[in-house]
Design a binder for this molecule. Structure first.
Ligand code: MG
Length: 391
């Protein structure tokens, strides 16, 4: 029996994680859950999984949850906490051995670091924190002898493929990308992309920001950074291939020319289960890939002119310093503006490029507060730039 806490339990990864736990009721127990404001779903999760502590965004959400729980007389009421301290309390619950870090965005930094400092294993679904704080995060995990198990399907695949050889035998890792809905669009067609078109991802069903980041391929750029830190690889050993079927989740090429690929259906419960049960593999009743139904597997080089965000991420991954933090912050602000209909799709890479150009700071962050301060400054500056030149 493994006890875990989930930060981000009402999001897409959090819900899938609880589906996996539901399938293995004798293997897992939930100590804590953290959500934002979705008190209706959190109340259901409390009723089913009986955590000892739950966290919400703020006092108003906590009050709303309290009232909901009063309507369920049979429930064992958990302790209700809020804000960053609340997230941290859930992430560091004494009984939790593994923490699923699935909260979206940079808010996941503080609780994830706190969990690592307490020696908890991490199932990492929040890629932003590896993008902006990868060096600090992996060093802290190493010092505390803590495993960071990737939930992101590509990195989960690489984690599995790396079990086939030694690290110094790796020639390169190949991240696969679906290419998003605009894989075959010309630059002229990209100009008229609307939020509704960009939110319609061909193979994966995910949150709003990551779906837009998949359409620009910034998501794949973030994954290059994520792979660099997770697997301690130089950027030139990480390549990206478009693979529209999303059947091969990623590959590792060894120096003897052997390539190990991890394949499966596009269902996040697979990588989640792998991270939750690692180092064991546990029998699953879910549907697996039927090769007889696979019509074709295509692979192609991404066009960096069509997807400038991927190139920007590679540049940030080579320069490091403050660049990855600026990359993430500027992109998130630009994506918010695109989703609200105030800027065009093609302005996302342009805005990110301009923010990277003015963020030439070579500073390395040695603490989380320093990083968060820089992140806030970049967001503020990006909003100013958008208001001045794009609205
Ligand atoms: Mg991914």
């Amino acid at each position: 029996m493994k006890t875990l806490s989930i930060i981000g339990s009402t999001g897409s990864i959090g819900r899938n994680c609880l589906h996996v736990i539901e399938e293995f009721p004798h293997d897992f127990r939930v100590a804590g859950l953290a959500a934002g404001r979705n008190t209706a779903l959190l109340a259901e999760q409390i009723e089913q999984f009986r955590p000892q502590v739950v966290s919400l965004a703020d006092g108003a959400a906590a009050e709303a949850l309290s009232q909901r729980l009063q309507c369920i007389p049979s429930i064992r009421r958990p302790r209700i906490v809020t804000g960053v301290d609340g997230l941290t309390e859930v992430a560091t619950h004494p009984e939790a051995e593994l923490v699923v870090s699935a909260i979206v965005g940079i808010h996941g930094l503080v609780p994830t670091f706190a969990a690592i400092d307490c020696g908890k294993a991490i199932a990492l679904a929040n890629k932003e924190i590896m993008v902006v704080a990868g060096e600090l995060l992996t060093a802290t995990a190493k010092r505390n002898q803590v495993d960071i198990l990737p939930v992101d399907s590509e990195h989960n695949a690489i984690h599995q493929c790396l079990r086939a050889g030694k690290r110094d035998e790796v020639r390169q890792v190949i991240l696969t990308a679906s290419g998003g809905p605009f894989r075959s669009f010309s630059p002229a067609m990209m100009k008229d992309v609307t939020p509704a078109m960009a939110l319609n991802h061909p193979t994966w069903n995910m949150g709003r920001r990551i779906t837009i980041d998949s359409a620009t391929m910034m998501n794949k750029g973030f994954e290059v950074l994520e792979a660099k830190w997770l697997f301690d690889l130089p950027v030139d050993k990480i390549s990206v291939l478009i693979h529209p079927q999303s059947t091969v989740h990623s590959m590792v090429e060894y120096r003897d020319g052997s390539i190990i690929a991890q394949m499966g259906v596009t269902d996040m419960r697979h990588p989640i289960q792998y991270a939750l049960t690692y180092p064991e593999r546990v029998a699953s009743a879910r549907a697996c890939l039927d090769f007889r139904a696979v019509q074709k597997l295509e692979f192609m080089q991404p066009d960096l002119n069509q997807f400038p965000c991927l190139e920007l991420a590679y540049q940030a991954a080579r320069k490091l310093g403050a660049q990855p933090c600026a990359l993430n912050a500027a992109d998130e602000v630009a994506v918010e503006h695109f989703l609200s209909g105030s800027i065009q799709f093609l302005f996302i890479p342009e805005i990110v490029r301009r923010m990277l150009d003015i963020s030439q700071s070579q500073s390395n962050f040695s603490t989380v507060p320093e990083l968060l301060q820089y992140d806030r400054a970049v967001r503020k500056e990006t909003r100013r730039l958008i208001e001045r030149d794009y609205l």
